[in-house]
Design a protein around this ligand. Structure first.
Ligand code: DAH
Length: 337
């Protein structure tokens, strides 16, 4: 009987994978065929062990091929500046639309969210990725040294700049910019969306970097009922079906009353009746927040909300681990391409 040196064949074939332009062809190598052919001619006593080693050899070659294909795909990605701001009117985002890449699932879903709110009459602006203590806390009615600040533990540069822990940092700017509208008898209606950062121990449901969408509405007559109707309409549009909603009281210094807003997990997405998912925080804007932006809180009232984008997307597609989004794993990303 001929003897077969599986280790030598492995070495040769792996080298061929490394050198080849189309590494998948190595799976059809005559050496491999010969080894498979030999299995049948062996004594039954030897067959098991030999067959197993041949199989392991094939698996090792397949793994090497996959690794090579993956790194070739990575190398083919067009380099782009991920820190550049983007908009929906033809900014750097166009760079992503090449034959080789696709938009990140969060980009796609964020565009859907923005689209729904702009159709409802909200202006949309991207949130800042570096901010200061005033916008992060002071303008939002967090007193100095108040323990509520602990819930927004984020990073800080030596100069005192803050990568914001929530998109609520945009509220003061939206309110100040909208003052003129109120004086003309119009309402303020805006959303702000973007990346936020927290000092977290990362696990399947916590990330140091994630996305939020914030909404602000102010008029002479805005009510809590208007807010619940607006949010329900948004969620029903996003999930394409009717939903049950519920709220419970929650504390946020910038709203009074403050609420947590939940939807019943739709049966179509694997939910059971009575299974509630908390989607965001919301409430009537605190008079101090309106006054800090120069808006007369006796005359005007408003509501605001803010929540995570990943949570929306995870429910929609049954994604179980938040870390996939920032992982840059092509296997994950291609499912959405
Ligand atoms: N900024 C809050 C957070 O990240 C969420 C939030 C709660 C935003 C209530 C709001 C609000 O606008 O009214 O936890």
């Amino acid at each position: 009987m001929a003897t077969y040196d599986i280790d030598a064949v492995r070495e040769q074939l792996l080298e061929r994978v490394a050198r080849s332009e189309s590494p998948r062809e190595v799976l059809r190598a005559p050496e491999l065929k010969e080894l498979y052919g030999a299995i049948g001619s062996l004594d039954p006593a030897e067959r098991g062990v030999f067959g197993k080693s041949v199989n392991e050899l094939k698996l090792a070659i397949e793994a090497a091929i996959e690794a090579k294909e993956e790194s070739a795909a990575d190398a083919a990605v067009v380099p782009l500046d991920v820190t550049a701001p983007w908009d929906t009117t033809g900014g750097p985002i166009e760079l992503l639309r090449t034959s080789q890449g696709s938009q990140h699932p969060l980009t796609v879903e964020l565009e859907r969210v923005v689209d729904i709110f702009t159709r409802m009459g909200f202006q949309a602006i991207e949130s800042r990725q570096i901010d200061d203590d005033f916008h992060m806390f002071g303008s939002l009615n967090f007193p100095d040294d108040h323990p509520a600040r602990d819930g927004y533990d984020t990073f800080r540069t030596e100069e005192g700049f803050i990568p914001p822990a929530h998109t609520s940092t945009m509220q003061h700017r939206i309110l100040k910019d909208g003052r003129d509208k109120l004086e003309k008898g119009e309402s303020i209606a805006a959303i702000s969306y973007g990346r936020v950062f927290r000092n977290e121990d990362v696990d399947a449901t916590h990330e140091h970097t994630f996305y939020q969408v914030e909404g602000v509405f102010v008029s002479e007559t805005a009510t809590l009922g208007d807010m619940l109707g607006t949010l329900r309409s948004f969620f029903e549009a996003y999930y394409g079906q009717q939903l049950k909603i519920k709220t419970q009281p929650a504390y946020f210094p910038f709203v009074e009353p403050g609420l947590e807003f939940a939807i019943e997990k739709p049966a179509a997405l694997g939910g059971k009746p009575g299974e509630w998912l908390e989607m965001l925080g919301c409430g009537m804007i605190h008079p101090n927040v309106l006054e800090a932006a120069g808006i007369d809180a006796k005359k005007y009232r408003g509501f605001a909300w803010g929540g995570g984008v990943e949570r929306l997307v995870m429910l929609k597609y049954g994604i179980e681990d938040l870390r996939h989004f920032e992982s840059a794993k092509l296997k994950f990303l291609r499912k959405f391409a």
